[in-house]
Design a binder for this molecule. Structure first.
Ligand code: COA
Length: 211
């Protein structure tokens, strides 16, 4: 009798091609932004709470989320992008304090759709933005703040060439514990080195950024 073998078609073993692109965030992205800002997983990792009385807007109401989206889009010192994977909007990434005469900018990132985390999408989106900031916009440095327990983000940032510089403050969590907030920076020189390393899974491609 002939032997028959089952093929394992689990996408973990046969990963599909993921094309990661950035396009400007728009008012049509309101529903996704509302959904992500009401997700405690996202807000607990992305917003610094300095003390017990300093988090009145977390989790975000729909109105607070709309105000935040308006600010991301209309603030002239920001450049905010939707992260798309195979044309699906899965997260946001952006620069702030840009065009203020400084040679540096700060950045933020979130992959809002949980099933797209841990697949190389965040790293690809940040890489696309770093290339834009440091090679196209001509900034000399990009800065960020990250909570000390956000080990996934810190791992990704260090792979992309960011280094921890100093503690910028403290973060207070819901259980009453204080955590360090780290400042990290990426210089143009460190990015030039990092971008020549193999950073992404073989199935993840970066599309040219749309501005
Ligand atoms: C942080 C974030 C943007 C990273 O994007 P992502 O698509 O999930 O990350 P990637 O798949 O590109 O890379 C994840 C890396 O972390 C590693 N990792 C996974 N779990 C980890 C852990 N517990 N500790 C350290 N590293 C870990 C993975 O192995 C992978 O590294 P590798 O490529 O060397 O194997 C995303 O997870 C996210 O949006 N998180 C919630 C919001 C957030 O934290 N934003 C940043 C605030 S500063």
């Amino acid at each position: 009798m002939a032997l028959s073998f089952k093929r394992n078609l689990d996408p973990v073993f046969f990963p599909r091609r993921l094309e990661v692109g950035l396009r400007p965030l728009g008012y049509g992205d309101r529903e996704a932004v509302q959904r992500w800002l009401s997700d405690p997983y996202i807000t607990q990792l992305t917003f610094v709470v300095t003390g017990p009385d300093s988090s009145p807007s977390i989790p975000f109401s729909a109105a607070a989320s709309d105000n935040y989206l308006n600010m991301l889009i209309s603030d002239q010192s920001r450049r905010t992008f939707a992260i798309e994977v195979n044309d699906r909007h899965v997260g946001n990434v952006g620069l702030k304090e840009y065009g203020t005469g400084n040679a540096y900018s700060e950045f933020f990132v979130e992959i809002g759709e949980a099933e797209y985390r841990g697949k190389g999408v965040g790293k690809a989106a940040i890489a696309a933005l770093m290339d834009h900031a440091l090679e196209v916009l001509g900034l000399s440095e990009v800065r960020l703040e990250v909570l000390e327990f956000n080990s996934v983000a810190i791992h990704v940032y260090e792979q992309l060439g960011f280094i921890k510089t100093h503690r910028t403050g403290w973060h207070y969590d819901r259980k009453g514990q204080y955590w360090q907030v780290w400042g990290m920076t990426l210089s143009k020189e460190r990015w030039a080195l990092a971008k020549n390393q193999p950073l992404l899974p073989a199935n993840v491609m970066i599309k040219p950024i749309l501005t």
